[in-house]
Write a protein that binds this ligand. Sequence first.
Ligand code: Z16
Length: 812
Amino acid sequence: MDLRQGTGLRKLGKTADEFQQDLLSNLFYRRGTTVESASARDAYETLSLTVRDRLAERRARTAAAHYASNPRWVYYLSAEYLLGAQLEQNLLYSGTGDLAAEAVKALGFSLEDLEDLDVEPGLGNGGLGRLAACLVDSLATRDIPAVGYGIRYDLGIFRQIITENGQTELPDDWAFHGNPWEFPAPDDRQAVGFYGHTEPIPGSETRKIWVPGEIVLGEPSHMLVPGYGTETVNIVRLWSAKASEASFDLSRFSAGQYAEAVQEAVRAENISKVLYPDDSTELGRELRLKQQYFLVSCSLRDIVRRFRLRNEGWDTFAEKTVIQLNDTHPTIAIPELMRLLVDEYELEWDRAWEITRKTFAYTCHTLLPEALETWPVRMFEKLLPRHLEIIYLINMLFLREVEARFPGDHDRLRRMSIIGEEGERRVRMAHLAVVGTEAVNGVAELHSKLLRETVLDDFAELWPAKFQNVTNGVSPRRFIKIANPRLSDLITEGLGGEGWLRDLDRLAELEHLAGDASFAERWQSIKRANKVDLGLGDPDSLTDVMIKRFHEYKRQQLKLLHVITLYHRIRANPGGDWIPRTILFAGKAAPAYHAAKDIIRLIATVAARIEADPVVSPYLKVVFPSNYNVTLAERIIPAADLSEQISLAGKEASGTGNMKLALNGAITIGTLDGANIEIRARVGAENFFLFGMDAYQAAQTRINGYDPRHFYEHDAELRAALDTLASGIFGDVGHRVAGSLLGWDEYLTLADYRGYIEAQEEVERAWREPARWTRMSILNTAHSGFFSADRTVADYAARIWRVAPVPVQHED
Ligand code: Z16
């Protein structure tokens, strides 16, 4: 099949000459400039377009293959995507890296120069957003027909600057220079209603008319998501809010009231203005709810439109469609689909409910009660009056079902209701998500188990078969091949080919090389070279990294107590045989999360103090690079020796940085939390530094009454560390952090202190035996193949989606 047939389009060439011709043509006709006057940015934009053209052709073939087979589709609904930089990935996935390097040389630039201009779209906060990006990558790699839906925030996750005063935040206008990777599709625009009231329809009990008080337009654009080593190119479709023409008040403008004239338009467009910089904790703001409904309403209409292109009626909708809800953020999709089916398409309630339940699946990413979203009923009523009515009806029918199963159990009804009645009445989005879906999954074995046993126990009792586990995974292309080219080359050489990039279990064959001295030596020198590239500390020091969002449950403060302890030990014995360490922290805190920002500030202050100390600084260096994002992660991870995964057990749903680091040969020091457990089971207990309470012990400790003062009083070293923090040399912030550790610390930090320090001593013993360490490092990589997002997608496909791949033909 040649899609260009009859269009007069020529095939894009595969030779260096042809690539060069296309680049020059794009420079001239699309960028409107010439070789003589091309700036670096001209070259970057032009190269991006030239690479994109190669993928666009594959995209067209993919769409044609999908159209022809009318397959079952996966629609991934996510408020966040952290896609990472696009140029290098798209060069790799289109196989044009070498052609491109040669062609841009002729313009007087190197590929690296141009990659520096490639800004990552920071449309997410952390793990959840990056997971969405890894999953869409693997969906395409596995040839699964899929679309990712999201919001095109004008401003992504804030740009962070670290100084001794802690974190400051600046807006991230990521598309300031334009975004060459994006295709606008204004024809697929949708209208979204908000506010207003509902009116009964005479003669109908369930149908209503919703008369919205405000209409905002959603305009989509999409980014291409190529599969690796296959022809498929899927898309991520992102919605931008746009005011309708009518919202501009021309008469006010003419009267000189300029601000008032655009007021309504500004209000409308604010919906997609900024990503909420909030990770894991609930943010109860009306604008956030508006964003969620905006995403859902636009996406569902688009999904229905696409279904109707190929199908008639509703009988096959749930067969052809599965919609995955990424956390509760898009859960209003459940009442919204009900509204579309019942009010607009006039289906019977029961039939609509059957379709809806079969269509959706829900992934939960947390165990923190404060992270399970709830919305005040009165806010819902004002913003989405029809949806609230539908939720009430869903809830009534649901509670009837519970009552039938557990007659007279009123406390159970209260616990399970979609409406929380304690204090201000609130809509519990997680309950709605469980009730309105066919499958619910957690993101690591422990997490899924704890969901069933704690947060969602009543629901698991009612519907045991609904609950699944799908352990998270990461993209081996981005986080090994692109991030760590040296190691990738060595692996490819060791395994005799690049097949591992699509079948990561093959890394296990590295086991045979772990005992090969020359292989081990090359392994070690690659780690060293990656540290030199990172440029943040002595490449011969133990590079100890803690890179993740700042949150008290993750316990950066425990790591800080370790830093202070090392500081004291070195000061007490300056001539000791100390192992030089570079401790690297990176990550952002939600701007309103003061306790987390205190910890950042304290780390920055302690880092400066150590730097200025001539006794300690030869052995200990604490660095805190600003603005942790995907691009920076790709530089840090390959250089890490030690991976800090020290959350209180039972709090981290999965973690995915832990997987990226293990895959790059860092050894984990960690608790039995999230996916750490599965990492340890695979890499082997002897290749993992374990410490701390498990989730049950932690729960028990809290029940028995956690007494931080007990640990303070019985551990002289811990006492010294806390006293130093509180002494005033680090100012108020030291005082506050020490006070909170000794006060009502939810995360039981002091209880795990001694175990952690001992595990760090074990780290040092291993480090003193370089051959042992290197072997541990190789075995971590060798046995982490399970953590490929390709496996995660295969698990979703088998357990939840029941979808099959649709191969796309090669170009002939
Ligand atoms: C998020 O990034 C996560 C959970 C959540 O409820 C909200 C956000 Cl924005 C994280 C989890 O904290 C992390 O453990 C997990 O690995 C990640 O989601 C992907 O599942």
